[in-house]
Design a protein around this ligand. Structure first.
Ligand code: PLP
Length: 372
Protein backbone atom coordinates (compact mmCIF):
# COMPACT_ATOMS: atom_id res chain seq x y z
CA UNK A 1 0.00 0.00 0.00
CA UNK A 2 1.20 3.53 -0.83
CA UNK A 3 0.61 6.23 1.80
CA UNK A 4 1.71 9.76 0.81
CA UNK A 5 2.52 12.48 3.35
CA UNK A 6 0.03 14.84 1.71
CA UNK A 7 -2.46 14.50 -1.13
CA UNK A 8 -3.18 17.95 -2.53
CA UNK A 9 -4.44 16.55 -5.83
CA UNK A 10 -7.15 14.50 -4.09
CA UNK A 11 -8.17 17.64 -2.18
CA UNK A 12 -8.36 19.68 -5.39
CA UNK A 13 -10.49 17.02 -7.10
CA UNK A 14 -12.96 17.12 -4.22
CA UNK A 15 -13.40 20.91 -4.73
CA UNK A 16 -12.67 21.19 -8.45
CA UNK A 17 -15.88 22.90 -9.59
CA UNK A 18 -15.80 25.56 -6.87
CA UNK A 19 -12.07 26.27 -7.24
CA UNK A 20 -12.22 26.43 -11.02
CA UNK A 21 -15.18 28.86 -10.93
CA UNK A 22 -13.47 31.07 -8.35
CA UNK A 23 -10.19 31.29 -10.27
CA UNK A 24 -11.86 31.95 -13.63
CA UNK A 25 -13.92 34.72 -12.00
CA UNK A 26 -10.74 36.45 -10.81
CA UNK A 27 -9.11 36.17 -14.22
CA UNK A 28 -12.27 37.50 -15.91
CA UNK A 29 -12.36 40.46 -13.50
CA UNK A 30 -8.62 40.98 -14.05
CA UNK A 31 -8.33 42.39 -10.55
CA UNK A 32 -5.18 40.49 -9.56
CA UNK A 33 -3.92 42.48 -6.56
CA UNK A 34 -6.06 43.59 -3.60
CA UNK A 35 -9.81 43.91 -4.28
CA UNK A 36 -12.85 42.28 -2.73
CA UNK A 37 -11.49 38.72 -2.54
CA UNK A 38 -8.57 39.80 -0.38
CA UNK A 39 -10.75 42.13 1.72
CA UNK A 40 -13.38 39.51 2.45
CA UNK A 41 -10.79 36.78 3.12
CA UNK A 42 -9.17 39.06 5.72
CA UNK A 43 -12.49 39.57 7.49
CA UNK A 44 -13.41 35.87 7.36
CA UNK A 45 -10.08 34.59 8.65
CA UNK A 46 -9.78 37.28 11.33
CA UNK A 47 -13.26 36.36 12.57
CA UNK A 48 -12.51 32.63 12.47
CA UNK A 49 -9.34 33.18 14.51
CA UNK A 50 -10.66 35.67 17.08
CA UNK A 51 -9.05 38.87 15.78
CA UNK A 52 -10.58 42.20 14.82
CA UNK A 53 -8.09 42.74 11.96
CA UNK A 54 -6.49 40.49 9.34
CA UNK A 55 -3.76 41.82 7.05
CA UNK A 56 -2.97 39.50 4.15
CA UNK A 57 0.68 39.35 3.09
CA UNK A 58 2.85 37.39 0.65
CA UNK A 59 3.97 34.59 3.00
CA UNK A 60 4.09 33.34 6.57
CA UNK A 61 7.67 34.57 6.77
CA UNK A 62 6.61 38.08 5.76
CA UNK A 63 3.82 37.91 8.33
CA UNK A 64 6.52 37.44 10.99
CA UNK A 65 8.88 40.10 9.61
CA UNK A 66 6.12 42.70 9.28
CA UNK A 67 4.80 41.83 12.76
CA UNK A 68 8.22 42.45 14.28
CA UNK A 69 8.63 45.77 12.44
CA UNK A 70 5.08 46.90 13.28
CA UNK A 71 5.75 46.08 16.94
CA UNK A 72 8.84 48.29 16.87
CA UNK A 73 11.43 45.51 17.10
CA UNK A 74 14.72 46.57 15.53
CA UNK A 75 18.49 46.28 15.55
CA UNK A 76 19.99 44.92 18.77
CA UNK A 77 16.65 44.06 20.41
CA UNK A 78 16.39 40.57 21.88
CA UNK A 79 13.49 38.28 21.01
CA UNK A 80 12.90 35.11 23.02
CA UNK A 81 11.90 32.15 20.85
CA UNK A 82 12.20 28.40 20.32
CA UNK A 83 15.15 26.63 18.67
CA UNK A 84 12.90 23.77 17.48
CA UNK A 85 10.82 25.14 14.59
CA UNK A 86 10.92 25.82 10.88
CA UNK A 87 13.77 28.22 10.00
CA UNK A 88 11.47 31.15 9.14
CA UNK A 89 10.86 31.97 12.81
CA UNK A 90 14.49 32.67 13.66
CA UNK A 91 15.10 34.11 10.18
CA UNK A 92 12.44 36.80 10.65
CA UNK A 93 14.06 37.92 13.90
CA UNK A 94 17.50 38.05 12.27
CA UNK A 95 16.16 39.87 9.17
CA UNK A 96 14.99 42.84 11.26
CA UNK A 97 18.42 42.97 12.92
CA UNK A 98 17.21 41.64 16.26
CA UNK A 99 18.87 38.84 18.24
CA UNK A 100 17.12 35.46 18.65
CA UNK A 101 17.43 34.25 22.26
CA UNK A 102 16.40 30.64 22.72
CA UNK A 103 14.78 28.68 25.50
CA UNK A 104 14.60 24.89 25.43
CA UNK A 105 11.44 23.02 24.49
CA UNK A 106 9.10 20.58 26.21
CA UNK A 107 9.86 17.06 24.96
CA UNK A 108 6.17 16.04 24.91
CA UNK A 109 4.46 19.00 23.23
CA UNK A 110 7.57 20.20 21.31
CA UNK A 111 6.61 23.80 22.17
CA UNK A 112 8.96 26.11 24.04
CA UNK A 113 9.18 25.56 27.79
CA UNK A 114 7.53 28.65 29.23
CA UNK A 115 9.11 27.98 32.66
CA UNK A 116 12.51 28.94 31.21
CA UNK A 117 11.50 32.28 29.66
CA UNK A 118 12.00 34.60 32.61
CA UNK A 119 15.61 33.53 33.22
CA UNK A 120 16.42 34.76 29.67
CA UNK A 121 14.93 38.24 30.00
CA UNK A 122 17.52 41.05 29.96
CA UNK A 123 17.35 44.82 29.61
CA UNK A 124 17.38 44.33 25.84
CA UNK A 125 14.48 41.87 25.61
CA UNK A 126 11.60 43.36 23.64
CA UNK A 127 9.40 40.47 22.52
CA UNK A 128 8.37 36.83 22.88
CA UNK A 129 7.97 34.82 19.68
CA UNK A 130 6.56 31.38 20.55
CA UNK A 131 5.54 28.87 17.86
CA UNK A 132 2.36 26.75 18.05
CA UNK A 133 4.27 23.78 16.72
CA UNK A 134 2.55 20.97 14.81
CA UNK A 135 -0.87 22.56 15.49
CA UNK A 136 -0.93 22.87 19.29
CA UNK A 137 -0.98 26.27 21.00
CA UNK A 138 1.74 27.23 23.48
CA UNK A 139 0.24 28.29 26.84
CA UNK A 140 -1.11 31.75 25.91
CA UNK A 141 -2.08 32.70 29.47
CA UNK A 142 1.46 32.19 30.78
CA UNK A 143 2.96 33.97 27.75
CA UNK A 144 0.60 36.96 28.07
CA UNK A 145 1.30 37.17 31.79
CA UNK A 146 5.10 37.22 31.28
CA UNK A 147 4.76 39.73 28.43
CA UNK A 148 2.61 42.05 30.57
CA UNK A 149 4.89 41.87 33.63
CA UNK A 150 8.03 42.63 31.61
CA UNK A 151 6.48 45.01 29.09
CA UNK A 152 7.27 42.75 26.12
CA UNK A 153 5.49 42.34 22.81
CA UNK A 154 3.93 38.92 22.14
CA UNK A 155 3.96 37.61 18.55
CA UNK A 156 2.49 34.14 18.05
CA UNK A 157 3.79 32.11 15.10
CA UNK A 158 0.61 30.15 14.37
CA UNK A 159 1.61 29.11 10.84
CA UNK A 160 0.79 25.50 11.76
CA UNK A 161 -2.18 26.11 14.05
CA UNK A 162 -5.05 27.77 12.16
CA UNK A 163 -8.27 26.58 13.82
CA UNK A 164 -6.61 25.51 17.09
CA UNK A 165 -8.19 26.43 20.42
CA UNK A 166 -7.02 26.69 24.03
CA UNK A 167 -9.64 26.67 26.75
CA UNK A 168 -12.10 27.59 23.96
CA UNK A 169 -10.08 30.67 22.99
CA UNK A 170 -8.97 31.15 19.41
CA UNK A 171 -5.36 31.58 18.26
CA UNK A 172 -5.48 35.38 17.87
CA UNK A 173 -7.29 36.11 21.13
CA UNK A 174 -4.04 36.88 22.99
CA UNK A 175 -0.90 38.71 21.90
CA UNK A 176 0.05 41.74 19.81
CA UNK A 177 -0.04 39.76 16.56
CA UNK A 178 -0.60 36.17 15.46
CA UNK A 179 0.81 35.03 12.12
CA UNK A 180 -0.43 32.51 9.57
CA UNK A 181 1.09 30.84 6.51
CA UNK A 182 -0.90 29.58 3.52
CA UNK A 183 1.96 27.48 2.15
CA UNK A 184 0.24 24.71 0.13
CA UNK A 185 0.69 21.91 2.68
CA UNK A 186 -0.43 23.94 5.71
CA UNK A 187 -3.87 23.12 7.19
CA UNK A 188 -5.27 25.97 5.07
CA UNK A 189 -3.05 26.03 2.00
CA UNK A 190 -3.09 28.27 -1.08
CA UNK A 191 -1.92 27.28 -4.57
CA UNK A 192 1.29 29.19 -4.03
CA UNK A 193 2.66 31.38 -1.25
CA UNK A 194 0.60 33.51 1.11
CA UNK A 195 0.26 34.57 4.73
CA UNK A 196 -1.67 36.80 7.12
CA UNK A 197 -1.13 38.80 10.27
CA UNK A 198 -3.96 38.87 12.80
CA UNK A 199 -4.23 41.53 15.48
CA UNK A 200 -6.68 43.17 17.86
CA UNK A 201 -4.60 46.34 17.98
CA UNK A 202 -5.91 48.98 15.59
CA UNK A 203 -2.63 50.92 15.53
CA UNK A 204 -0.59 47.80 14.71
CA UNK A 205 -3.12 46.88 12.01
CA UNK A 206 -2.71 50.28 10.38
CA UNK A 207 1.07 50.00 10.47
CA UNK A 208 0.94 46.51 8.92
CA UNK A 209 -1.29 47.74 6.09
CA UNK A 210 1.14 50.59 5.42
CA UNK A 211 4.22 48.35 5.61
CA UNK A 212 2.95 45.70 3.20
CA UNK A 213 2.34 48.36 0.52
CA UNK A 214 5.79 49.99 0.28
CA UNK A 215 5.27 52.06 3.43
CA UNK A 216 2.74 54.28 1.69
CA UNK A 217 0.10 56.13 3.72
CA UNK A 218 -1.48 57.39 0.48
CA UNK A 219 -0.63 56.50 -3.09
CA UNK A 220 2.81 57.92 -3.89
CA UNK A 221 3.49 59.09 -0.29
CA UNK A 222 6.05 56.86 1.44
CA UNK A 223 6.04 57.38 5.19
CA UNK A 224 8.27 54.37 5.90
CA UNK A 225 10.64 52.08 4.03
CA UNK A 226 8.14 49.28 3.56
CA UNK A 227 7.78 45.98 1.75
CA UNK A 228 6.14 44.61 -1.36
CA UNK A 229 4.13 41.92 0.41
CA UNK A 230 0.63 41.41 -0.92
CA UNK A 231 -1.58 38.36 -1.31
CA UNK A 232 -2.68 37.67 -4.90
CA UNK A 233 -6.43 37.86 -5.54
CA UNK A 234 -6.24 34.41 -7.15
CA UNK A 235 -4.86 32.95 -3.92
CA UNK A 236 -7.48 34.81 -1.88
CA UNK A 237 -10.30 33.41 -4.05
CA UNK A 238 -8.93 29.86 -3.67
CA UNK A 239 -8.45 30.29 0.08
CA UNK A 240 -12.05 31.52 0.46
CA UNK A 241 -13.33 28.29 -1.10
CA UNK A 242 -11.05 26.19 1.07
CA UNK A 243 -11.81 28.09 4.29
CA UNK A 244 -15.35 26.68 4.20
CA UNK A 245 -13.83 23.22 4.63
CA UNK A 246 -11.14 23.99 7.19
CA UNK A 247 -13.15 23.02 10.28
CA UNK A 248 -14.04 19.64 8.71
CA UNK A 249 -10.45 19.02 7.65
CA UNK A 250 -9.14 19.86 11.12
CA UNK A 251 -11.73 17.49 12.64
CA UNK A 252 -10.57 14.80 10.23
CA UNK A 253 -6.94 15.34 11.24
CA UNK A 254 -7.97 14.99 14.90
CA UNK A 255 -9.89 11.80 14.13
CA UNK A 256 -6.83 10.43 12.34
CA UNK A 257 -4.68 11.32 15.37
CA UNK A 258 -7.15 9.59 17.71
CA UNK A 259 -7.01 6.51 15.48
CA UNK A 260 -3.18 6.42 15.61
CA UNK A 261 -3.27 6.97 19.38
CA UNK A 262 -5.63 4.04 19.84
CA UNK A 263 -3.76 1.74 17.46
CA UNK A 264 -0.33 2.55 18.94
CA UNK A 265 -1.14 3.00 22.65
CA UNK A 266 -0.27 -0.53 23.70
CA UNK A 267 3.02 -0.54 21.79
CA UNK A 268 3.97 2.80 23.35
CA UNK A 269 3.21 1.30 26.78
CA UNK A 270 5.28 -1.83 26.21
CA UNK A 271 8.06 -0.39 24.07
CA UNK A 272 8.79 2.81 25.90
CA UNK A 273 11.18 4.06 23.20
CA UNK A 274 8.05 4.88 21.16
CA UNK A 275 6.53 8.17 22.28
CA UNK A 276 3.23 9.44 20.92
CA UNK A 277 2.40 13.16 20.66
CA UNK A 278 0.69 14.69 23.67
CA UNK A 279 -2.28 17.04 23.61
CA UNK A 280 -2.27 19.18 26.74
CA UNK A 281 -5.55 19.53 28.70
CA UNK A 282 -7.67 22.40 27.35
CA UNK A 283 -6.01 22.31 23.94
CA UNK A 284 -7.78 21.64 20.66
CA UNK A 285 -4.77 20.40 18.66
CA UNK A 286 -5.22 20.65 14.87
CA UNK A 287 -2.42 18.18 14.04
CA UNK A 288 -0.63 19.98 11.25
CA UNK A 289 1.74 17.11 11.97
CA UNK A 290 1.35 13.90 13.97
CA UNK A 291 4.87 13.55 15.30
CA UNK A 292 6.16 10.53 17.19
CA UNK A 293 9.56 9.99 18.82
CA UNK A 294 11.81 6.95 18.60
CA UNK A 295 15.56 6.70 19.28
CA UNK A 296 15.98 4.66 16.05
CA UNK A 297 13.86 7.04 14.01
CA UNK A 298 16.05 6.97 10.87
CA UNK A 299 15.78 3.17 10.76
CA UNK A 300 12.05 3.47 11.30
CA UNK A 301 11.77 5.99 8.47
CA UNK A 302 13.66 3.65 6.09
CA UNK A 303 11.49 0.70 7.17
CA UNK A 304 8.28 2.67 6.54
CA UNK A 305 9.59 3.95 3.19
CA UNK A 306 10.36 0.37 2.17
CA UNK A 307 6.71 -0.41 2.91
CA UNK A 308 5.38 2.48 0.79
CA UNK A 309 4.80 4.94 3.64
CA UNK A 310 6.03 8.54 3.30
CA UNK A 311 7.19 10.25 6.49
CA UNK A 312 9.21 13.38 7.17
CA UNK A 313 11.56 14.72 9.82
CA UNK A 314 10.28 18.04 11.16
CA UNK A 315 12.95 19.23 12.06
CA UNK A 316 16.39 17.58 11.77
CA UNK A 317 18.56 20.37 13.25
CA UNK A 318 17.61 22.96 15.89
CA UNK A 319 18.14 26.61 14.99
CA UNK A 320 20.98 27.22 17.48
CA UNK A 321 23.12 24.65 15.62
CA UNK A 322 22.49 25.96 12.09
CA UNK A 323 25.44 27.34 10.13
CA UNK A 324 23.51 30.52 9.31
CA UNK A 325 23.26 31.35 13.03
CA UNK A 326 26.76 30.33 14.09
CA UNK A 327 27.38 34.03 14.87
CA UNK A 328 25.04 33.69 17.85
CA UNK A 329 27.71 31.44 19.40
CA UNK A 330 25.53 28.63 20.66
CA UNK A 331 26.92 25.10 20.95
CA UNK A 332 25.78 21.49 21.01
CA UNK A 333 24.43 20.79 24.49
CA UNK A 334 22.97 24.29 25.03
CA UNK A 335 19.38 23.10 24.50
CA UNK A 336 19.52 19.36 25.22
CA UNK A 337 15.79 18.62 24.85
CA UNK A 338 15.56 20.36 21.47
CA UNK A 339 18.65 18.47 20.32
CA UNK A 340 17.36 15.08 21.49
CA UNK A 341 13.93 15.72 19.99
CA UNK A 342 15.50 16.68 16.64
CA UNK A 343 17.26 13.30 16.66
CA UNK A 344 14.12 11.31 17.47
CA UNK A 345 11.10 12.89 15.76
CA UNK A 346 9.25 11.44 12.81
CA UNK A 347 6.01 12.80 11.37
CA UNK A 348 3.50 10.25 10.05
CA UNK A 349 0.90 10.96 7.33
CA UNK A 350 -2.06 12.73 9.02
CA UNK A 351 -3.73 14.66 6.17
CA UNK A 352 -7.56 14.70 5.98
CA UNK A 353 -7.70 12.65 2.78
CA UNK A 354 -6.25 9.51 4.45
CA UNK A 355 -8.48 6.45 4.51
CA UNK A 356 -9.10 4.31 7.56
CA UNK A 357 -7.25 1.39 5.99
CA UNK A 358 -4.22 3.59 5.25
CA UNK A 359 -4.08 4.62 8.91
CA UNK A 360 -4.40 1.02 10.07
CA UNK A 361 -1.63 0.04 7.67
CA UNK A 362 0.74 2.79 8.89
CA UNK A 363 0.06 1.87 12.53
CA UNK A 364 0.62 -1.81 11.77
CA UNK A 365 4.01 -1.06 10.20
CA UNK A 366 5.05 1.20 13.11
CA UNK A 367 4.11 -1.62 15.52
CA UNK A 368 6.01 -4.13 13.42
CA UNK A 369 9.14 -1.95 13.53
CA UNK A 370 8.89 -1.41 17.30
CA UNK A 371 8.46 -5.12 17.98
CA UNK A 372 11.36 -6.31 15.88
C1 PLP B 1 5.46 27.44 7.27
C2 PLP B 1 6.00 28.15 8.46
C3 PLP B 1 6.47 29.47 8.41
C4 PLP B 1 6.70 30.21 7.14
O1 PLP B 1 5.68 30.28 6.28
P1 PLP B 1 5.95 30.56 4.69
O2 PLP B 1 4.57 30.85 4.22
O3 PLP B 1 6.54 29.34 4.13
O4 PLP B 1 6.83 31.76 4.61
C5 PLP B 1 6.82 30.08 9.59
N1 PLP B 1 6.79 29.44 10.76
C6 PLP B 1 6.38 28.17 10.87
C7 PLP B 1 6.35 27.51 12.18
C8 PLP B 1 6.00 27.47 9.72
O5 PLP B 1 5.61 26.19 9.83
Amino acid sequence: MIVPLADLRAQYRSLKDEIDAATVAVIESSCFIDGHNVDSLEVQIATACGASHGIAVASGTDALVLSLVACGISRGDEVITTPFTFGATTEAIALVGAVPVYVDVDGCTFNLNTAQIESKITGKTRALLPVDLFGQMTDRKILADIAARHNLRLINDSAQAIGALQNSEKIAHTGDTTTLSFYPTKNLGAYGDGGMVLTNNEEVAGMLTTLRGHGQTAYGYHEYIGYCSRLDSLQAAILKVKLNHLADWNEKRRKNADAYNALLAETARNKTELQLPRQEPGNYHVYHQYTIRHPRRSEMQAFLKHNGIDTKIFYPLPMHLQNAYAYLNYHAGDFPIAEQVANEVLSLPIHPELTESQIEYVAEKVREFCNQ
